[in-house]
Design a protein around this ligand. Structure first.
Ligand code: SF4
Length: 407
């Protein structure tokens, strides 16, 4: 019971404190205004859906500009359904996790073609009917746009709830995740579910932050077991804020890693150690020619339509085996370029520029960057993947990844 909210009076008090704080302190974000002011229910759901997909793995400050441009360009599901994937990728360029944009557009097409343009109204239907919409996104859309009293659990909510209830077992384990969903569903305010869910997430994003939470300013500290435990310290013992018992509780910190008083409330949540990212090396070449007006132009080629960075454009690139000698690297890259250009490329002509490191979610990628100026015209082989020459401005306006912009 100590890892749950079982006292209705406490639940009521926590809701009230959190909502009052939210009304006072919430950030002014474009999707919040749309979710309140948009009278059309389908448009409202769409506006929240786009924001939720963009906010996955991406900071609010980065998302705002992308969101405004997206909603200006495709204000409705119908408009998005008619867009090309190239346009979607161009607008998404720089936001990362590119399959999100593609999946959003595929799902919009499905709503238009199979559901007569009508957004499903409940979390259950949203999750069942929309590809790419998981439990969290479905709960967020249903509660914020349609007032369904259903909880949400994202990274911010995990942190807040684990601290409120001293949950110190691995927060990615099914036992903990199930308990957090139950808790979110019990806590959510019945009359203002969307605001309550946003308030809980806002608290995690602005007050109950990972490293240095602002407990002194926290509106729910009176309900927070981690805060109380930190305040009272180990001795004297306070029975209701100690661990459950003798190491058989699936939600307490493991007996091997008990409460560390130097960490305070940041003892929670805890995560199992992450798998180290895969290490990759890729040779890439910036091929340059003089365009018809004398300005330099660069060759970009399109990646395959599935897998990492699907459908995006890049300088011709070649994944390398580990521990390849530099000479061999150049030869392999030269062969690869020869296939694109349809003419011999001398490995010695490739000029080494430097290395660019880019961290994808699960890959530590090093781009080994070369350049090669070309004289005369080059005819690109249309049988290969799409490729084109672009000026620097056109490059930046194309659907290219942040990693390629670094290159
Ligand atoms: Fe988080 Fe501190 Fe508030 Fe507890 S008191 S919820 S740890 S900010």
């Amino acid at each position: 019971a100590r890892h749950f909210f079982s006292d209705p009076a406490e639940v009521q008090a926590l809701r009230g404190a959190l909502l009052a704080w939210y009304d006072r302190c919430k950030r002014d974000l474009p999707w919040r205004a749309l979710a309140v002011m948009e009278p059309d229910a389908d448009r409202r759901g769409y506006a929240v859906w786009v924001s939720e997909i963009m906010l996955q793995q991406t900071q609010v400050a980065t998302v705002i500009d992308y969101y405004n441009r997206w909603m200006q360009k495709w204000p409705t599901l119908q408009a998005l359904a008619q867009a090309s994937l190239e346009e979607v990728n161009e607008l998404w360029a720089g936001l990362g996790y590119y399959s999100r944009g593609k999946r959003l557009q595929e799902a919009a097409r499905k709503v238009v073609s199979e559901l007569a343009g009508r957004m499903p109204r409940t979390a259950e239907d949203l999750q069942k009917l929309l590809p790419g919409v998981g439990r969290y996104t479905a709960g967020a859309i249903a509660s914020i746009s349609y007032g369904q009293a259903t909880g949400v659990v994202d990274g911010n909510v995990i942190r807040v709830l684990c601290r409120l209830r001293c949950i110190g077992a691995d927060s990615s384990s099914p036992a903990v995740i199930d308990r957090l969903w139950d808790m979110a569903n019990v806590l959510v305010d019945r009359s203002r579910p969307g605001d309550f869910n946003q308030a809980l997430m806002e608290l995690g994003a602005t007050v109950c932050v990972p490293k240095a939470p602002l407990c002194g300013e926290c509106p729910v500290k009176q309900h927070c077991q981690a805060w109380r435990r930190n305040l009272f310290g180990k001795p004297p013992k306070v029975p209701d804020v100690e661990d459950c018992g003798v190491g058989d509780c699936p939600l307490c910190p493991p007996a091997t890693e008990p409460w560390d008083s130097s960490l305070g409330v940041t003892n929670f949540p805890r995560k199992a150690a992450k798998k180290p990212p895969r290490v990759m090396r890729t040779a890439t070449c910036v091929l340059e020619r003089r365009g018809c007006h004398g300005a330099p132009e660069y060759l970009i080629v399109q990646r395959p339509s599935s897998g990492l960075l699907a459908g995006l454009w890049e300088f011709p690139s070649l994944p390398l085996a580990q521990d390849l000698q530099e000479e061999r690297e150049r030869e392999e890259l030269a062969d690869h370029l020869q296939a694109w250009l349809g003419q011999p490329v001398a490995a010695k002509g490739l000029r080494f520029i430097g290395e660019v490191i880019h961290i994808f979610s699960h890959i530590h990628q090093t781009y080994v960057v070369y350049s090669l100026p070309l004289d005369g015209d080059v005819t690109l082989d249309p049988a290969l993947s799409p490729s084109r020459w672009v000026t620097e401005d056109e490059f930046h306006a194309s659907a290219v990844s942040t990693a390629m912009k670094k290159v």
